[in-house]
Write a protein that binds this ligand. Structure first.
Ligand code: HEM
Length: 457
């Protein structure tokens, strides 16, 4: 995943400068309300050679970004600029590769192999790491009356991924508890040009949005992460060699997938779920606790994949959180040829080589597709509602489709849904209800837990 943020004000700005729309068939699109138009995107010209994009803002036009026969996905994971390859050991890692490049299939195969060979570790390691999270939240609540969810989740997510996929406990190595901090700094070097850190706007625009942070400054931190992964990935690196990838290139890719795609994603997804559930209130919490506990009890107290399939409300809540606030909100693709792109009520001509940019929340909150599109409707995807899953797009593709070696859909799609479900199950097995305070942060929300009500039934 790539977790870029564009402030709502920037979207308003894009919309407001696009009165000259580009419809070839419908003059209405020239008006303010057009959902497809041309605009310029940050960052500035020292970082991005060409800031021009065609913006797609509705659920009909957006899916063209998933069609790799129409769009090229080379070097645009982070948008109109690409971070220096010095940040990834000199390699263009998988997320930046187009499926037409031979390494794409090899590296994606390696990620599928990782997920498959380690799948039996997911449920027990998740339980172990997230038990630590809840213990730490409770401790901090008792001490200070509140607890940062983000800090505890960073530690839990990193430990979980390391233990689950690499069979290594960071605390028992020289990495200690430093993993999440090292990753955060490295992500800043990757995404600085498009991050909002909360400094005065002019300061950010003159600094990180105009010039790249020198990769040399992060080299030592990155090396510590690399050494940890290299020492723990022996069998995976053997498999990589079988697939025709050098051990070194494979390790940089495993690091990126674990730290950027997965850790970065879990940070945003879990925080968002806490936020939306916190806002939804105690009635929904009670329904979830009832559903989760009765199913786990009927399974003799065990959490299983099959058991979780029998929790329709919990499953729907996960999808609704991914719909209402897609964790990676910005997607890009370069037109492979001249294209006609259709929105709900117009068609637009796009030239070969033009950069298409979709802001996903507009697609997944399109009122022509979802009723009460702006509201968190917990049971939206229960029963008949499952038909709407094809419009849930967080994984860079419809929820009803699968990542393959030929497409650019998130390799971890099923894993993400699984761990999100596990998170809710662990949460509602322990607590009847909880309360949070929400503030903004450079990547997603900052959630502070202010109360946890222990399970009473
Ligand atoms: C936790 C939440 C996650 C989110 C929200 C997320 C989201 C995404 C998105 C939106 C893309 C496509 C980006 C683009 O090309 O425009 C992507 C690609 C990718 N994701 Fe995820 N991801 C998550 C977790 C994971 C996990 C756990 C893995 C582990 C295997 C993973 C591996 C990848 C890879 C390898 C790609 C590139 C796929 C390709 O080149 O074909 N992601 N992800």
């Amino acid at each position: 995943m790539g977790f870029l943020l564009l402030a709502p004000s920037k979207i308003a700005w894009i919309i407001s400068i696009t009165k000259a729309g580009t419809s070839i068939s419908n003059p209405k699109s020239k008006k303010y309300r057009s959902t497809v138009f041309r605009a310029n995107m940050p960052p500035g010209p020292f970082i991005a050679p060409n800031p021009q994009v065609v913006v797609l803002l509705d659920g009909k036009s957006f899916p063209v970004l998933f069609d790799v026969t129409k769009v090229e996905k080379k070097d645009l994971f982070t948008g109109t600029f690409m971070p220096s390859t010095e940040l990834t050991g000199g390699y263009r890692v998988l997320s930046y590769l187009d499926p037409s490049e031979p390494n794409h299939a090899k590296l994606k195969q390696l990620m599928f192999y990782l997920l498959k060979t380690r799948r039996d570790h997911v449920i027990p390691e998740f339980n172990a790491s997230y038990t630590e999270l809840f213990t730490s939240l409770e401790k901090n609540l008792a001490l200070r009356g509140k607890a940062s969810f983000g800090d505890a989740n960073d530690q839990a997510a990193f430990n979980f991924l390391a233990r689950c996929w690499f069979g290594a406990d960071p605390a028992e190595t020289t990495l200690g508890l430093d993993g999440p901090g090292l990753v955060s700094k490295w992500v800043l070097f990757n995404l600085g040009p498009v991050l909002k850190l909360g400094l005065p706007k002019y300061l950010e625009d003159l600094t990180i949005h105009t010039f790249r942070l020198p990769p040399l400054l992060i080299k030592k931190s990155y090396q510590r992460l690399y050494d940890f992964f290299y020492a723990s990935s022996g069998l995976l690196l053997d498999e990589a060699e079988n697939l025709g990838i050098s051990r070194e290139e494979a390790c940089h890719n495993l690091l990126f997938t674990t730290c950027f795609n997965s850790f970065g994603g879990m940070r945003i997804v879990f925080t968002n779920m806490m936020k939306w559930l916190g806002r939804a209130g105690t009635k929904l919490h009670a329904r979830l606790a009832e559903e989760v506990r009765s199913e786990v009890r009927s399974n003799g107290g065990s959490i299983t994949m099959r058991g979780m399939e029998q929790m329709p409300l919990m499953k729907s809540v996960v999808y609704e959180a991914l719909r209402i606030e897609p964790p990676v909100s910005l997607q890009y693709g370069k037109a492979k040829r001249d294209l006609i792109i259709e929105s709900h009520d117009a068609a637009f001509e796009v030239k070969e080589g033009e950069m298409l940019f979709g802001f996903q929340p507009f697609a997944t909150k399109d009122p022509k597709i979802f009723t009460q599109a702006e509201e968190f409707v917990a049971d939206r995807f229960v029963g008949e509602g499952e038909k709407l899953l094809k419009h849930v797009l967080w994984s860079n593709g419809p929820e009803t489709e699968k990542p393959t070696l030929e497409n650019k859909q998130c390799a971890g799609k099923d894993f993400v849904v699984l761990v999100s479900r596990l998170f809710l199950v662990e949460l509602f097995l322990r607590y009847d209800s909880f309360e949070v305070e929400v503030a903004s942060s450079p990547l997603g929300a900052a959630v502070t837990v202010t109360s946890l009500k222990r399970a009473s039934f």
